[in-house]
Each structure stands twice: as C-alpha cells, then as structure tokens.
Design a binder for this molecule. Sequence first.
Ligand SMILES: [Zn+2]
Ligand SMILES: [Zn+2]
Length: 83
Amino acid sequence: MLKICTHCACPEGQLHELFCAEERCPFCGQLLVSCGCMPKVLMLTAQEQYAINAYSDDELEPLKSIKARWRQALNDKGRVPFS
Ligand SMILES: [Zn+2]
Ligand SMILES: [Zn+2]
C-alpha cells in the first residue's frame, strides 16, 4: 500500500511540499525543520541569524530571501523524497 505523508499528503517516493514537517535534510539526514544546517550551509551573518530569531513572517524580508537561498541550497544538494 502506498504511504502518504501525514503532513503534506505527498505519496511515497515523491518530494514533500517544501518545508513539510516530515522532510529530511539532505545535508545531515535529520528532520529539516529541526536540524541546524541552514545557518551553516548558507553561512549566515550574525545579522541574518538575528533576523531569523527576531522575525517570524517568512513572506517578508529579510526572511523571504534567506528562505529562498535555503530552498536553492536544498535543490542544489538534492532534496530527499518521502520514504
Ligand atoms: Zn510531507
Ligand atoms: Zn540538516
């Protein structure tokens, strides 16, 4: 029987919706939402790190562009399909 992600409803073998709670990080294999790779991979500046902690709306700058860079880095590395 085909498994379906309980968070984003993607079928087994397909990519999750980006930033789905079940998506695994291609850099460390941990859950993407809780792993600590993003600041390291993107080499965020202290200001950017501060912005991530201080702001919550990722549809607005500066989070929007940080998120876009992270998405690009994940795509370049190769995102992990649901399994
Ligand atoms: Zn999912
Ligand atoms: Zn990671």
